[in-house]
Design a protein around this ligand. Structure first.
Ligand code: DLL
Length: 427
């Protein structure tokens, strides 16, 4: 679509979604009333700057369903992502939302060259995380055959790749490398499998990782980006030119802002990505601050698509970690530790990558009074470590190794906290 036409379409859809949330979501109506604006003030894309921002905190404050615009009877699916502390972020989708999501995924898969003739394995987690089901519906919608492998059981997955002649795969880039390693340990090589396309995202990755995945699995590796609050996978995707990821702009209106002043930035400038959903019915969001740092790239792409592209995610403007594709906030770990009487509020997180799998180790000090009661012997310590690990697992959804430390052994920091040591090197 020519850009002028696209902008007109976006303007029309923007007005419609603003009108919709104004009348259906008290949170937005109150925000807009406080800013003295009505839906009639929003007539074109340029008016977006008049609208309020939405943050993850707003989603938490309105937990679980306060930001839904559609009646609950219209919601056909619910997903959840990690919240900063306590409450997860809940997202509800209507039947039409699922259709649009699948359509966006189909665009993305067909831009990678996937067709009805392919057998496509989805190795993102199925469940509350949007990766598994999100990609799954896109593959089915396209008419390719989906193999819902999910994560884990890697050797079985390698056998499926070989025996079924699977040609496409979607997973995190680190899992793709783990898969390659497992395959090699099983005495197989890329010549034993038929993979030719991979859709990798849900965590940051580098050009070196791309080359390594391509060499070891014998496929072409494409980026896929998304976040559950906006939709899930396929907010943007790479085309064959691999010069940035095309945003599905007729559904998600992007902006780049300065994360400190919130002022809009121009094309090519690094800042925080912000999205407004243009067609969502279940939980539309206005100017959602992703905290992802990137840039927007204009100009026509060699593939002929006119949609704007975003650069690689270069970091986050908050402290969120992505461990095995799962979002983890240090404050979540802290909130769990605070519920365990034996633990002192002194802890440290160590994130490492072994065999291309991320590991999280939590060091936490025991409180002096428990230490004095004989906790300095091995068995109660092991029990406590198990108890803390189980609690962390239930809240974070990933396994963490826990090491209980004696009082006053974890370094204290003045000023900027050094709670996290991320030892992963994305080569
Ligand atoms: O990760 C959705 C997704 C699933 C995207 C599968 C791609 C593939 P969340 O769990 O809500 O949703 O996490 C969203 O993950 O804000 C980014 O920080 C990060 N992220 C997602 N894709 C990429 C990517 C899914 N391609 C958060 N590169 C986002 C770098 C990514 N970071």
């Amino acid at each position: 679509m020519p850009r002028e036409e696209l902008r007109m379409l976006q303007g029309k859809r923007l007005h419609k979604v603003v009108d919709y949330v104004y009348h259906n979501v008290p949170f937005y109506r109150e925000k807009m009333q406080a800013m003295d604006i009505t839906p009639d003030d929003i007539r074109s894309v340029d008016d977006i700057v008049k609208l309020p921002f939405t943050t993850k905190q707003d989603l938490r404050d309105n937990y679980p369903f306060g930001l839904l615009a559609a009646p609950q009877s219209e919601i056909v699916r619910v997903h959840a992502s990690t919240g900063t502390t306590g409450n997860p972020t809940i997202v509800g989708y209507t039947r039409k939302d699922i259709e649009i999501w699948s359509e966006c995924m189909t665009r993305c898969l067909s831009s990678y060259g996937i067709s009805r003739d392919d057998l496509f394995s989805v190795a993102y987690g199925y469940g509350l995380f949007t990766g598994g089901l999100g990609v799954h519906y896109g593959v089915e919608n396209l008419g390719a055959a989906v193999v819902p492998a999910s994560t884990g059981n890697t050797e079985k997955h390698v056998r499926l790749l070989r025996d079924l002649g699977i040609t496409g795969i979607a997973c995190t880039p680190s899992y793709a490398l783990h898969l390659a390693e497992t395959m090699e340990k099983m005495g197989l090589s890329k010549d034993d499998i038929k993979l030719r396309v991979g859709a990798f995202g849900a965590e940051p990755w580098t050009e070196n990782m791309r080359r390594e995945i391509e060499n070891r699995l014998g496929l072409k590796a494409y980026n896929i980006y998304g976040l559950s609050e906006i939709m899930g996978p396929c907010v943007s995707y790479e085309c064959e030119c691999q010069n940035g990821s095309h945003i599905n702009e007729d559904h998600f209106l992007p902006e780049i802002i300065d994360p400190v002043t919130c002022e809009p930035l121009g094309y090519g400038q690094q800042g925080e990505l912000v999205f407004t959903t243009l067609t969502k019915e279940g939980m539309p969001l206005l100017r959602y601050r992703t905290k992802d740092l990137s840039c927007l790239m204009d100009g026509e792409c060699g593939c002929g698509r006119t949609s704007v592209r975003m650069g690689k995610i270069t970091g986050r403007s908050d402290d969120m970690l992505i461990i095995r594709g799962i979002n983890v906030f240090p404050s979540q770990v802290e909130s769990v530790l605070l519920t365990i009487p034996e633990c002192a509020p002194h802890y440290k997180l160590i994130v490492e990558r072994h065999d291309n799998l991320d590991t999280l180790t939590v060091l936490v000090e025991i409180r002096q009074e428990y230490f004095d009661q004989g906790f300095d012997t091995l068995s109660p310590i092991t029990d406590l470590e198990k108890k803390v690990a189980a609690k962390l697992k239930s809240v974070l959804s990933i396994a963490a190794k826990v090491q209980i430390k004696s009082p006053n052994t974890i370094e204290r920091s003045e000023g900027k906290s050094r709670l996290v040591e991320d030892r992963r090197v994305l080569k």
